[in-house]
Design a protein around this ligand. Structure first.
Ligand SMILES: [Zn+2]
Length: 78
């Protein structure tokens, strides 16, 4: 058996709806007053209550696009 970071969600953790499903979409996030868009993020979206669940891969991707971490990347490159 291998460990996986991929979530397999069958029901919404907030409302319990089984309508929650995995979608891929652009995610708009805010950092301080700055808005940034993360393209094609895989996430679970519940049409019943609007809950969104991000798996580990999605969180890493969102973090990579965040202005909060961009500074660190520039330092590493230099
Ligand atoms: Zn829900």
């Amino acid at each position: 058996m291998t460990m996986s970071d991929t979530l397999h969600i069958k029901s919404c953790p907030t409302c319990g709806s089984d309508k929650i499903k995995r979608v891929v979409r652009n995610v708009t996030r805010k950092y301080k007053s700055q808005t940034y868009i993360v393209p094609k993020v895989g996430l679970y979206d519940c049409p019943n209550c609007g809950e969104k669940v991000y798996d580990h891969e999605a969180m890493l991707k969102i973090r990579a696009y965040s202005p909060a971490y961009r500074k660190v990347e520039i330092l590493v490159e230099a």
